[in-house]
Write a protein that binds this ligand. Structure first.
Ligand code: G3H
Length: 214
């Protein structure tokens, strides 16, 4: 299972979380990545943890003030990027353009989606992975795998019908090893989570608890 920790804009110490993630990943042989704010990418990458951008723009070099250029994220140490997160929605055309930008910069990609229908559309665009996240469950205490297992199974089936090579992750409310194990049982190959680690008093302990479910 791949664990992708999105720090969103939470007031946590991105380097401390990154160091905890790298330590837990190394100790348990689990793939854990951290997606900080764009301005923190280089500091997070310097810890040695797998580092992801939260978003890249569907643009190339040029007159694009305020956009996150895929090449700049890669230069700062990112090796992957989220796209179309529920809190950073894009048009379908912009998801497509951002996937092109990520490919240009050699960034792995996870396209987020609300439901199996959107998962199918996202899969058709050819990302490395899709992540199903019901917006109503994001930031809550109940994991998507418990609250809505059908949506995870539906997402896995929808992606598989379009392109079996595209991995399916799930997210929203994931915070424990049991949540991780339940997601795996439903066919997910990874989880996308934020508050369970970024808002934890002890992010390392929260990550240790999570990997117990791998
Ligand atoms: O990017 C992460 C997801 O939006 C899930 O967030 P959450 O773990 O706080 O529910």
């Amino acid at each position: 299972m791949f664990i992708l920790v999105n720090l969103k804009a939470y007031p946590c110490d991105p380097v401390a979380v990154a160091e905890a993630a790298r330590t837990v990943a190394d100790a348990h042989g689990v793939r854990i990545a951290v997606a900080p704010q764009a301005a923190h990418l280089d500091r997070v990458a310097a810890t040695g943890v797998e580092t992801w951008a939260q978003h890249v723009a569907p643009v190339d070099h040029g007159s694009h003030t305020g956009h996150t250029l895929a090449e700049a994220a890669a230069d700062a140490g990112a090796t992957g990027t989220l796209l179309n997160h529920s809190e950073r929605r894009l048009t379908l055309a912009d998801v497509d353009g951002a996937l092109d930008a990520a490919a240009r910069a050699d960034l792995a990609t996870v396209v987020c989606a609300n439901n199996p229908e959107q998962v199918a559309a996202a899969t058709a665009l050819g990302p490395d992975a899709v992540a199903v996240e019901p917006p109503a469950l994001i930031g809550g205490d109940v994991s998507v795998a418990t609250a809505d297992p059908d949506i995870v199974e539906g997402a896995v089936a929808a992606a598989d019908a379009i392109d079996p090579d595209v991995a399916v992750y799930c997210g929203a409310g994931v915070s424990t090893g049991d949540d991780l194990a339940a997601a795996a049982d439903l066919g997910a190959e990874g989880v996308l989570l934020a508050s369970g680690v970024a808002k934890a008093d002890d992010p390392k302990a929260a990550l240790e608890q999570l990997v117990a479910g791998v």
